[in-house]
Ligand binder design. Structure first.
Ligand SMILES: Nc1ncnc2c1ncn2[C@@H]1O[C@H](COP(=O)(O)OP(=O)(O)OP(=O)(O)O)[C@@H](O)[C@H]1O
Ligand SMILES: [Mg+2]
Length: 504
């Protein structure tokens, strides 16, 4: 033994050696918070890093004996590489990676697999060597209290034997999938249905996360149970009506990243099917915002990145692409699951102004119909406050014909509310308002400024139903709403409301 190394049995006055307890650590490695779809995506990252052109996934239902196999035709691993790859923390996150590598932490294969199953087997073959295999069985680790990586599997992985590796490639097998199928029996129809739904979710997720690889003519091809996965492009780049705004280059950690906003077309400019498909896995509203890619692999699919913007229906057409190289991982706090990216503080102001611009464009497109409706409306605008002159002096009064006031009169009786209205009219701080608006006009807020749709919706709803109960048709009620101050400034809110009502 060399002078500097210390065996477990060796006693030192300076330190103790405390090896992580295998059984306990394994359970912690299972708790990174993957879902089935993010876990499968993590394996496919590895296939792409290994230059695979094809990935075949098989989800086989057999109750608690169900299993998942993922096979690729990448470069594969030699025996030494495989043993190293199976080790949790196989590479240091600080190590420089090739620009096309999708890995960072040396953990994904293990953490993703253990999050879903208790038995992970890998068979791999390089062009020059014959195939090699290894298996982590968590129950065996628990029983042996040691990180024993199995060379011979017991029982043998029959499911893998069905897969042949002709040239080079890798096969991953997940068995004992306690987190996916649990202890269900083969005949449990509900569990089977959930399994099929999970496959659909995985398919949808992979179509989105790897769309840029799948879109390339000679790029990656993926199959699940024999069905090829088609790319899902969040930006509808092939649609003529999609607007691409000029990209911005931002300097980050000595390198440039690229930000490209896309404004998706108004519903009326694309087919119904395209519109439905473009809504994405989480739906139109949730899918707005920034899309962060790392080496063209999607990490974050529609998020305003904590820049102070809300997800609002009328901004839903704004989707903004951010392209990061893998050398910015620590600046952007990329996590093991590759599902988080947080912009560094010094980029926030620039990203905010790009976001704001994209949102302004998006609301213009969204308003398209709202504006037309507002123009079509034959109603005169109705105001809540009216200016009156009494004995040569100005007073402000509340319009008793305003639909909201008329509704309150009906609901609680005019006599009980009239004293409050009178008090409001007599005590409105008009002098104060006048001084502020002449001295600091830019500091006077506009009606409902910075309010979200959800905050305004109850008011719109109440007005809408009072119009209906006073005998208006639905169409009339919508055009009266648009003519009503301050909604005449916010036709998009009425448009959103209309869409919701019509969708019910
Ligand atoms: N399908 C595969 N083909 C070839 N090599 C693979 C494959 N899967 C994993 N490997 C090898 O195993 C190593 C460990 O993979 P793992 O996913 O655990 O970590 P990583 O990809 O390096 O980093 P991260 O934790 O960020 O995913 C990889 O670096 C790669 O060398
Ligand atoms: Mg990986």
């Amino acid at each position: 033994m060399t002078k500097n190394s210390t065996s477990i049995n060796e006693v030192s006055d300076d330190y103790d050696i405390t090896q992580p307890a295998p059984a306990a650590l394994v359970e912690s490695l299972r708790a990174f918070g993957y879902s089935l779809r993010t876990a499968v995506a993590d394996l496919i990252d590895n296939s792409i890093s290994a230059k695979a052109k094809n990935v075949w996934a098989r989800f086989e239902w057999d109750g608690k004996h169900s299993y998942i196999v993922i096979k690729d035709d990448g470069e594969g691993m030699t025996e030494a590489e495989l043993v190293s790859a199976m080790r949790p923390g196989s590479k240091s996150p600080l190590e420089e990676r090739s620009p096309k590598d999708l890995g960072r932490f040396g953990l994904g294969l293990k953490t993703a697999s253990f999050s879903q199953c208790r038995r992970l087997s890998v068979v791999s073959k390089t062009a020059k060597c014959s195939s090699v295999s290894r298996c982590w069985d968590l129950d065996y680790i628990n029983d042996s209290h040691e990180w024993r990586l199995l060379k011979r599997f017991n029982p043998p992985p029959l499911h893998i034997a069905k897969e042949t590796l002709d040239g080079a490639g890798t096969v991953i097998l997940w068995e004992k999938m306690d987190r996916v199928t649990g202890n269900t029996s083969h005949d449990d129809n509900n569990a089977y249905k959930r399994f099929l739904e999970a496959i659909d979710e995985v398919r949808e997720h992979l179509a989105m996360v790897f769309h840029r690889y799948l879109e390339k003519p000679s790029g990656l091809k993926m199959w699940i149970n024999g069905r090829q996965i088609e790319a899902w492009d969040p930006f509808l780049k092939t649609e003529k009506a999609t607007q691409e705004l000029p990209p911005t280059k931002l300097l980050c950690d000595g390198q440039y990243l690229m930000v490209t906003p896309y404004i998706l077309p108004h519903q009326s400019k694309i087919s119904k099917e395209t519109h439905k498909n473009a809504s994405g896995p989480q739906g139109w509203n949730a899918q707005q915002g920034f899309y962060v890619y790392r080496n063209e692999r999607l990490l974050v699919a529609g998020d305003w990145l904590g820049l102070g913007f809300q997800k609002e229906e009328h901004y839903k057409l704004a989707r903004i692409q951010i392209d990061l190289p893998n050398s910015m991982d620590s600046e952007w706090q990329i996590d093991v699951k590759k599902s988080r990216a947080k912009p560094p503080g010094y980029l926030r102001a620039d990203l905010r102004s790009i976001g704001k611009l994209a949102r302004e464009h998006a609301v213009q497109i969204y308003r398209h119909r709202g504006k037309v409706n507002a123009r079509k409306s034959s109603q005169d605008h109705i105001f809540l406050w009216q200016q009156k002159v009494r004995y040569g002096k100005y007073f402000y009064s509340i319009n008793r014909e305003h639909p909201l006031i008329a509704k309150v009169f009906l609901d609680v009786g005019r006599d009980s509310i009239e004293p409050l209205l009178k008090m409001l009219e007599e005590t409105i701080p008009s002098a104060h308002i006048m001084i502020t608006s002449s001295e600091e006009p830019e500091k006077i807020g506009a009606p409902f400024e910075d309010c979200t749709y959800d905050e305004i919706k109850p008011i719109i709803e109440s007005l809408y139903f009072s119009f209906l109960s006073s005998g208006c048709t639905k169409e009339d009620a919508f055009s009266r709403l648009i003519a009503l101050e301050p909604f005449n400034y916010y036709p998009e809110f009425i448009e959103t409301f209309k869409n919701q009502i019509e969708g019910e």
